[in-house]
Structure formats: structure tokens, C-alpha cells
Design a protein around this ligand. Structure first.
Ligand SMILES: Cc1cc2nc3c(=O)[nH]c(=O)nc-3n(C[C@H](O)[C@H](O)[C@H](O)COP(=O)(O)O)c2cc1C
Length: 328
């Protein structure tokens, strides 16, 4: 049974892609992930803030001693930056030396600045692609949706010039016109769109009036949002589509492929259930394909997307009226 598919223009042996997370930050877990049958791994993100914050901390600590010596100031900045990036480059090299599946480097960025030279280093270290994990919370009242979308477009344009590696763009749902934006950005030469990333969430402690981190992992409730947008966006874009967010059951993988995803990204379920979930999901996919008479994913991928299946127009429905009008 052939369950190979396309991811960032590359052919991979399973549609299950392990998303960027703590699980993809060390070589031992990465080896286990490959042994379980994942199609590709996206390494833990290198955070733009991680580079700039550590630079700023070091500069603050040392600046008293080096005041009046701009060369020293620059040296501290560059030294810190190279320490942060060297660790990451070593992870890429180690992953490439030990795995046969594609290894994707991930950068969490909001601007195209400090991290840009890193892209060439990641390419030289052997990364098979770069994922841009762009996190722009549209909370700034002075920014219009055009301003925000332009930030994404600028970063994609700039990175396209910096590398010949395939690029995946990972986005959130926070766009005024998600389908139109997805289409537009897919025309700019990215190889893959990854829906969706997950924002850090804050909670409020009602005893001491502080904020604290909220639950970081997803639940299955989020899956239906991902399914809806996969069915809609898959028909609009001109690049591969990775869908994820709330995948907690093996059958979710089949549903997202039917909705038009090329690959399915998972993270939280692996923290909850362990890496054996990858084995279970691949096995279910194969037995389901056999039962339905499919010998490759291309025979059914997108069968339930909004354009291909009239029944799938249900994904445009947002009101509960018909279903819950009897419930009081
Ligand atoms: C513990 C944890 C760490 C994560 N770290 C990153 C990260 O460094 N970069 C990134 O792009 N996404 C990160 N994510 C988001 C995941 O890659 C994924 O997009 C998200 O969790 C949705 O998938 P899921 O519902 O299967 O968890 C993280 C998620 C979790 C749960």
C-alpha cells in the first residue's frame, strides 16, 4: 500500500509530519520518530526573540565594562548570536546524519532581520527545507490587515532570495480573509502552507492577580476548525498543504487528507499518547485504503474538499439553527 505524498514539493513515505516542538529538539526522540514511521520532522523553532533577547541580556550585563567601546559591544552581540545559532546548526547536522526522512529547520519570526543569515547556515548544514513560523497577533490597533499581510509577504520575498531550499509558511487563523490571504501567499513561491500554528496562551490567577501560562497542548475540539479550513483552503492554493491542530484520533489523518491536505501535522497527541500514535495512524490509513479500494493517497486526497464535493459545502455553514433549534 503506497501512502507516500508530497510535502514542500518533496516526496515523503507517510503523510504524518511531526510538528515543531520540544519533541523535535533532541536526536534520540528524532530517531524514535523516524522508527515509528513519520514522513518528515520539523525541528523545534529557533526564535527570533531568542536571538535578540539573549543578545540584549548579554549586552546589558557587559555594557558597563565596555562602555565607550563600540567594537566590544558588536563583538558581544555577534558572539551571542553565533552561540544560539551554532547549537541549532549542530542539531540539523546531527539529525541529517541519523535520519533518512526530510529534516526541516524552523524559524519563529516576525521580521526579516537577525535570523536571515541563519537560513544560509541551515542550508549548508543540510536542512531539507525551512519553515517560517510567523506569529503576528493582530492586536496593534494602528495596523490594518493590509499592513499585517504585507509583513508576511515581505518576509517570504526576502527569504526566497536568501535560499534555494523549499519554504513552508506556518500561519494562524487570525486573518480577516484567511482563504484569500492563503491563496495570495501561495502564489509567492512557497512550497507549503502549514495550517495552523498555536499561540502561547495566558491565563489569569484570580488569587494573586497575576498572569500565568495556560494549557499548551491542544484538545480534539480544535480539530473541526482545522478540518473546515483544510476543506476550504486546499482548493484555493498553489502549493502543498499541511494541516494540523487538534489531531488526536488516527481517523483524523484520513479526514484531513479527504479534505485536501497533502500532509497532517501532529504534536500534542504525541505528548498525550506517545509516539505509538504515528504507528496507529499509518496502520489505520493503510487498512482504510485497502477496504475502500484505494492504492495511493492521490486517489482520494481532496475528495471531500469544498469544490470537489457538493456535500462538503457544509464546511461553509456556521449557524447552528437546523441542528440545535430544538434544544432549550
Ligand atoms: C509543547 C509544544 C511546543 C511547541 N513549540 C513550537 C515551536 O517551537 N515552533 C512551532 O512552530 N510550533 C510549536 N508548537 C506548535 C505545534 O508545532 C503545532 O503547530 C500545534 O501544537 C498544533 O498541533 P497539535 O494540535 O497537534 O498540537 C508547539 C506545540 C507544543 C504543544
Amino acid at each position: 500500500m503506497d501512502i507516500s505524498t508530497k510535502f514542500m514539493g518533496l516526496t515523503i513515505k507517510s503523510p504524518i509530519v511531526i510538528g515543531s516542538s520540544g519533541l523535535t529538539s533532541n536526536i534520540e526522540t528524532l530517531k524514535k520518530i523516524e522508527a515509528c514511521g513519520a514522513g518528515a520532522v520539523i525541528l523545534k523553532s529557533l526564535f527570533e526573540e531568542q536571538i535578540t533577547q539573549e543578545m540584549n541580556v548579554n549586552v546589558k550585563v557587559y555594557s558597563a565594562n565596555f562602555s565607550g567601546y563600540p567594537e566590544a559591544y558588536n563583538y558581544i552581540q555577534e558572539h551571542t548570536k553565533s552561540n544560539v545559532t551554532n547549537d541549532y546548526i549542530n542539531l540539523i547536522k546531527e539529525a541529517k546524519a541519523n535520519l533518512t526522512i526530510p529534516v526541516i529547520a524552523s524559524i519563529n519570526c516576525i521580521t526579516a532581520s537577525e535570523w536571515l543569515p541563519f537560513v544560509k547556515m541551515a542550508e549548508d548544514a543540510g536542512a531539507d527545507g525551512i519553515e517560517l513560523n510567523m506569529f503576528i497577533l493582530p492586536s496593534d490597533i494602528s495596523l490594518s490587515h493590509e499592513d499585517i499581510e504585507r509583513l508576511y509577504e515581505d518576509v517570504v520575498h526576502i527569504i526566497k532570495r536568501a535560499t534555494s531550499l523549499p519554504i513552508s509558511l506556518k500561519i494562524s487563523t487570525y486573518f480577516s480573509s484567511l482563504t484569500r490571504f492563503s491563496q495570495k501567499i501561495s502564489w509567492l513561491g512557497i512550497s507549503n502552507l502549514n495550517i495552523f500554528n498555536r499561540f502561547y496562551q495566558s491565563d489569569i490567577n484570580i488569587d494573586n492577580f497575576t498572569t500565568e501560562p495556560a494549557e499548551i497542548k491542544s484538545t480534539h475540539h480544535e480539530f473541526y476548525n482545522t478540518l473546515r479550513w483544510t476543506a476550504i483552503i486546499s482548493e484555493a492554493i498553489r502549493c502543498n498543504l499541511t494541516a494540523g491542530g487538534g489531531v488526536h484520533k488516527p481517523e483524523d489523518v484520513i479526514k484531513l487528507l479527504l479534505a485536501g491536505a497533502d500532509t497532517v501535522q501532529i504534536v500534542s497527541v504525541l505528548y498525550d499518547e506517545g509516539l505509538g500514535f504515528v504507528v496507529k495512524a499509518n496502520e489505520l490509513l493503510k487498512s482504510w485504503m485497502k477496504e475502500k479500494g484505494f492504492s495511493s493517497i492521490s486517489q482520494f486526497r481532496g475528495k471531500m474538499s469544498v469544490k470537489k464535493n457538493t456535500d462538503a459545502s457544509a464546511f461553509h455553514r456556521v449557524q447552528f439553527m437546523k441542528y440545535f433549534s430544538g434544544i432549550s
